[in-house]
Design a protein around this ligand. Structure first.
Ligand code: ZN
Ligand code: ZN
Length: 104
């Protein structure tokens, strides 16, 4: 004896649920892309190492360094960020490598 086929009911999310989902997705994207903007706002457009100041014309040369090396660790208070110019940033990382090399 065949079971009667149940109609498949698809529960559509309410408008509020859908909006909340979109909002949380938007926020996740923002968190990963906007930490640079936030770090610049918190620490200022200045290289933390050499003290060089940046303005709108060369701000792209100022990058955000993650102190613990974890790009996913982005606390809102900026405690894991350091604004470094491209030169100092490279220096910071080559130093890491050198440190690794020397400790082996
Ligand atoms: Zn610098
Ligand atoms: Zn870095």
């Amino acid at each position: 004896m065949a079971h009667p086929r149940r109609p498949v009911t698809v529960k559509l999310p309410s408008a509020a649920e859908a909006a909340a989902r979109v909002e949380s997705m938007r926020r996740q994207t923002e968190d990963s892309t906007n930490y640079r903007t936030k770090s610049l706002r918190i620490h200022g457009p200045i290289c933390a190492k050499c003290g060089r100041e940046f303005d709108q014309s060369n701000l792209h040369l100022l990058t955000v360094h993650h102190k613990d090396g974890n790009h996913h660790n982005n606390p809102a208070d900026g405690s894991n960020w350091e604004n470094l110019c491209a030169h100092c940033h490279e220096d910071e990382h080559s130093r890491d490598l050198l440190g690794d090399y020397l400790s082996k």
